[in-house]
Design a protein around this ligand. Structure first.
Ligand code: THU
Length: 146
């Protein structure tokens, strides 16, 4: 997959993470996905006092895309990590520590509903534009239900 598109998706996921509503876990996640037309949809995690109602960043982005008429996803980038108090291990621009935030099982399954013509979705798990891991969904969710 094209390096410039990977970096663009990571940047968009970083921006989306700034919108995360995560007062219960303080774990802030952003996601950005690209569809075959080249349009990008972003999402953040949205928590709730009733914890189980929380929506992950990935599914927020997927539901935004699907509810805008999209049915296929080429790639998704995810950026996440805890809000921390100390300066140690924090990126310069924010108080957010960045992990490799892998998509949860539920989000992997939801992604598998919207495969592109190529038959697989690229999943980018990023700490920064220069530090990321690239997978195919079929690696992260083999033998998916459909
Ligand atoms: N979270 C995501 O947004 N995406 C994932 O794939 C895993 C977890 C969110 C849910 C919750 O708001 C916080 O991270 C801690 O679990």
């Amino acid at each position: 997959m094209r390096e410039d598109v990977i970096k663009l998706l990571i940047e968009e996921a970083q921006k989306a993470r700034q919108m995360a509503y995560a007062p219960y876990s303080n774990y802030l996640v952003g996601a950005a996905l690209i569809v075959p037309s080249g349009n990008i949809f972003t999402g953040c995690n949205v928590e709730n006092a009733s914890y189980g109602l929380t929506n992950c960043a990935e599914r927020t982005a997927i539901f935004k895309a699907v509810s805008s008429g999209q049915r296929h996803i080429d790639a998704i980038a995810i950026v996440g990590g805890p809000l921390v108090e100390s300066e140690a291990d924090v990126d310069a621009s924010s108080k957010i520590k960045t992990d490799y935030a892998y998509p949860c099982g539920a989000c992997r399954q939801v992604l598998s509903e919207f495969l592109p013509e190529s038959g697989d979705i690229y999943v980018i798990v990023a700490k920064s534009v220069d530090d990321y891991k690239l997978y195919k969904l079929s690696e992260l969710l083999p033998y998916s239900f459909k």
